[in-house]
Design a protein around this ligand. Structure first.
Ligand code: FAQ
Length: 335
């Protein structure tokens, strides 16, 4: 079961009883608030309220875990990619996701947490990671759909994070977004090719879209009204656009892409709303989302077991690297 390992204490929540200003030195708080109000960047050496630090550790470590666990559903298809070209692209993509996880762990470490602490949270099931990676990739079309829709949703969420008030996170996001953009395009292109193929291939794409669409909408997090961290995250310039607004942007951007591709999005309520100048969409199954976030999705146990096994089996590599570093240090000292 997942709990709230990196949760921010109640006093940092907009709904909390004690305002943050009341528990932090006023002159430091004033300088921090001014920097946030001026849209400046907070750097690791700067003073920051404890609640800001904890919120960032929570979000960045969850994000890092998502990238690392996110390697698994796609890694599942590397050995079965239908051509050498697709295999090379998929290996590069999965490797990129691993790199994103590493930048993000490094960004979180600048806040005073250690990688061991973060990984312990993941491996014991205390830390969260994105709900989306707890669903199976059952056919090759899923790999295209993950690129198109999952990476598409990830970019929509991550572009505003390039302007996050915490410098190391914002800078990591710039590179991550460039790579995610390639990921999204390769997925869409793979699907475009399948849609010029046989009836079975087209059906495989449609069936994969049907399974992933709603899960991707839920990726943006609970509705704003039920999102405990949003108001404070936005006040601090960590989040720039709310969960619901990002979800709407994703729906609006994806509908024309689905038309070009020739697939139907599985929502009878999708309809252009002239007054809102946005598409309306149907009800997301939030019970299913929370069950998955809380450890009871179709692949939660498998994903966690795989990560723990990889970590345990990699112990000798970490030991060897440490032994090598010690040997190099001894040689340097002796020289
Ligand atoms: N899954 O109050 P809010 C990717 C939790 S990377 C699980 O709205 P917040 C790349 C949330 O943590 C995908 N839990 O929270 C890739 C909180 O719990 P807590 C990951 C979720 O932080 C592609 C509680 O619900 N991206 O895909 C989810 O203000 C392909 C209440 O929620 C990021 O992490 C969820 N979907 O907003 C890799 C981006 N949604 O912590 C491989 C950075 C919410 O209080 C292959 N993160 N929760 O115990 C964010 O932007 C934010 O953290 C949100 C959530 C928007 C995810």
């Amino acid at each position: 079961m997942y709990t709230q390992s990196f949760s921010v204490p109640d006093n940092s929540s907009p709904k909390g009883a004690t305002p943050i200003a009341a528990i932090e030195p006023p002159e430091l708080m004033e300088k921090f608030d001014k920097c946030i109000d001026d849209d400046g960047r907070i750097e690791p050496q700067d003073w920051m309220p404890d609640a800001y630090r904890k919120t960032l550790v929570r979000q960045i470590s969850q994000h890092a875990h998502s990238e690392i666990v996110g390697m698994l559903p796609e890694g599942n298809w590397i050995s079965r990619a239908p051509s050498l070209k697709r295999k090379a692209i998929l290996i590069a993509k999965v490797q990129d996701e691993g790199g994103h996880g590493l930048y993000l762990y490094s960004a979180a470490e600048t806040l005073g947490t250690s990688r061991d602490q973060m990984l312990e949270g993941l491996h014991t099931g205390r830390a969260k990671y994105s709900s989306i990676f707890n669903y199976p990739t059952s056919t090759w079309a899923d790999i295209g759909v993950v690129g198109w829709l999952v990476d598409g949703a990830a970019i929509m969420n991550q572009i505003p994070l390039c302007r996050c008030s915490y410098g190391p996170y914002a800078r990591a996001m710039v590179r991550v977004c460039k790579e995610e953009s390639f990921h999204q395009r390769q997925g869409y292109e793979a699907l475009l090719v399948m849609m010029t193929g046989t009836a079975e291939q087209k059906e495989m794409v449609q069936e994969a879209v049907n399974r992933w669409w709603w899960k991707c909408l839920a990726m943006f997090g609970p509705p704003d009204a039920d999102s405990p961290n949003s108001a404070q995250g936005m006040r601090w310039g960590i989040k720039r656009i709310s969960n619901d607004d990002l979800r709407q942007k994703f729906v609006d951007a994806t509908i024309p892409q689905a038309k070009v591709l020739g697939v139907t999005l599985p929502d009878p309520d999708l309809k252009w709303n002239e007054e809102r100048q946005h598409y309306d969409y149907g009800q997301i199954d939030w019970d299913e989302f929370w069950a998955t976030v809380n450890g009871n999705g179709p692949c939660n146990k498998e994903r966690l077991n795989t990560r723990v096994k990889a970590w345990n089996e990699g112990q000798w590599v970490r030991d060897a690297a440490m032994a090598h570093a010690r040997k190099q240090n001894t040689l340097k000292e002796a020289a």
